[in-house]
Ligand binder design. Structure first.
Ligand code: CO
Length: 247
């Protein structure tokens, strides 16, 4: 009978024979998972050899400057894209990088990042070629997730006049950008950011789009540090969508 991974009783700290037994078990039953353990060990070893004591220091505290709100897409890994090591960016990801006022998960991440960790920047990062945005644009049915993507469809409807005036080839890129700009506003209108700004906390919210095809981030030129210039910043960001620039 195959022993399941979770049937192995935990004995900590792991001695070497116990560790070997677990390694062998995983290698036998889940070779593709075993690869991840091997890579993890190599990764930890490499970082530790470059900076001895790195993990021990990091385990005592985190003080990231940034909160990243991005898409769950496997091609958009927060840390790597902006060259940050563990401890430097607090991350919340969901399909389509949507900041929904009633999403307790996103709101909790935002509140913890702003109130407890005191991050200085919130980065809302969309990406071109986003499957969630494409599904919302074309009304594609994918299952339960259609309900989540309704938030992006609302944006599609809100900007229908603009989107319908564009060639089809540009619509998807534009909707990716519009989605980020709208989510930036959602973050700014949240109770968390509202209260942080009211109390004088230094906090900026930025809107970016990442391009899968060249690995580069486009700034959507919507960076807000207070409530004052919100609608003006929104209008000028809409007027300067990168997808609408002559090419
Ligand atoms: Co995506």
């Amino acid at each position: 009978m195959k022993q399941k991974l979770y049937d192995i009783p935990n004995h900590y700290p792991l001695n070497s024979s116990r560790r070997r037994a677990i390694d062998q078990h995983v290698a036998r039953n889940a070779p593709d998972i075993n690869r991840l353990f091997e890579q993890n060990r190599a990764w930890a070893k490499e970082i530790e050899s470059r900076e001895p004591g790195f993990f021990a220091a990091l385990s005592r505290q985190q003080s990231p400057q940034y909160l990243w709100i991005g898409c769950s897409d496997s091609r958009v890994p927060a840390n790597q894209i902006v060259g940050l090591v563990p401890g430097e960016v607090f991350v919340h990801r969901n399909v389509g990088n949507v900041a929904v006022h009633t999403d307790l998960n996103y709101m909790s991440a935002l509140q913890y990042a702003v109130d407890v960790l005191g991050v200085r920047h919130v980065l809302v990062v969309g990406h071109y070629g986003c499957g969630g945005v494409l599904a919302a644009l074309h009304g594609r049915r994918l299952g339960l997730i259609d309900n989540w993507l309704r938030h992006i469809q609302d944006i599609r409807i809100k900007h229908a006049a603009l989107l319908d005036s564009l060639p089809e080839s540009i619509q998807a890129e534009s909707l990716c950008e519009l989605n980020v700009i709208e989510q930036v506003l959602n973050v700014c209108r949240s109770t968390v950011v509202h209260e942080a700004w009211q109390s004088g906390q230094k906090l900026s919210v930025h809107g970016w789009v990442y391009s899968l095809s060249d690995g580069l981030i486009r700034d959507l030129h919507i960076s807000l540090s207070d409530h004052g210039a919100m609608s003006q910043a929104y209008d000028s960001a809409l007027a300067a969508l990168p997808s609408l620039a002559p090419r």
